[in-house]
Write a protein that binds this ligand. Structure first.
Ligand SMILES: [Zn+2]
Ligand SMILES: [Zn+2]
Length: 287
């Protein structure tokens, strides 16, 4: 089994409003299931229902890979129930803090501290292991599951990931800002011929000039990268809080006109790598 599911697709801040419910209001959280091994990418608010579902299983080994530690990627972590259970092993990976003399443990401890949180990180009962590395290094989860990583262009850096399993791959590439005059070589190498490319598509090309230096990219850049790298499916991801469902419907229409294998990521969407076909899950199977 090799499948990907979107639990949170929003960037910046959660948007729990009626006009956002088609694509979803929760911030970044994506899972990649490789047979019995679950990999989680980021712990935005989308991790809450995932945590509830995992608690129903009772126990498990879970790896969480952080792109970086801006709020929209960590704010769900203190509410991830498996972290409070002694029946879970949690391995947490982060690739952008080590070179600044920081660590994922330090950042998550500060997040769970007075005066902004009632209980300290010591209260967590799961068997926690913290792994800080430098983006660009490879990460081996098991003999069958290998991750390639690369450094992204974001304030204080972020890490892009490629999961390789059974000859297939999924790439999780957020948050990152493109160069105006050339495609990002790090990303092109990471995503070459991948089955699914999830990319920071916060802005449209029309909006982008107002946000230069904020560390985000456009769906049009995602299309250019996808075409150059031979990407099989491109997921538009990290939706801006000002982009409601009508807006995202239009983005998908426009993107499909120039790259038919592009689609807008939706909360609850599941992508199953069943040969070469891709199936989308239903929204009504949320936990
Ligand atoms: Zn973000
Ligand atoms: Zn960020």
């Amino acid at each position: 089994m090799f499948k990907t599911r979107f639990w949170g697709v929003r960037g910046t801040i959660a948007c729990p409003y009626d006009s956002y419910m088609k694509y979803g209001g929760n911030t970044s959280c994506v899972t990649v299931q490789c047979d019995d091994t679950l990999l989680i990418f980021d712990s935005g608010t989308g991790i809450l229902p995932l945590g509830n579902k995992l608690m129903a299983n009772g126990r498990g080994n879970i790896s969480v890979f952080f792109s970086h530690t801006h709020w929209d990627h960590i704010s769900g972590f203190p509410f991830f129930k498996p972290a409070y259970s002694p029946n879970f092993n949690l391995d947490l990976y982060c690739g952008n803090l080590k070179k600044y003399g920081s660590s994922i443990f330090e950042v998550l401890s500060h997040q769970m501290a007075n005066p902004t949180f009632p209980v300290p990180i010591d209260i967590l009962q799961a068997k926690m292991k913290y792994h800080d590395f430098d983006a660009g290094q490879n990460v081996k989860v098991s003999d069958d599951i290998h991750l390639d990583t690369c450094l992204l262009n974001h304030p204080k850096g972020a890490t892009g990931y490629r999961v390789n399993f059974n000859g297939k791959s999924v790439c999780y590439v957020t948050d990152t800002e493109h160069n105006k005059d050339r495609l990002d070589d790090n990303i092109l190498k990471l995503i070459e011929n991948t089955d699914l490319f999830i990319y920071d598509s916060t802005y449209t090309e029309e909006e982008y000039p107002n946000f230069e230096g904020w560390g985000h990219s456009t769906w049009q850049e995602g299309v250019r990268l996808s075409k150059e790298a031979g990407v099989k499916n491109y997921a538009i991801f990290h939706h801006d809080p000002s982009h409601d469902d009508d807006f995202m419907d239009n983005v998908e229409l426009e993107a499909k006109e120039v790259f038919s294998d592009a689609f807008v990521a939706k909360e609850g969407m599941e992508i199953d790598f069943n040969g070469k076909t891709i199936e989308f899950g239903k929204f009504d199977d949320k936990p």
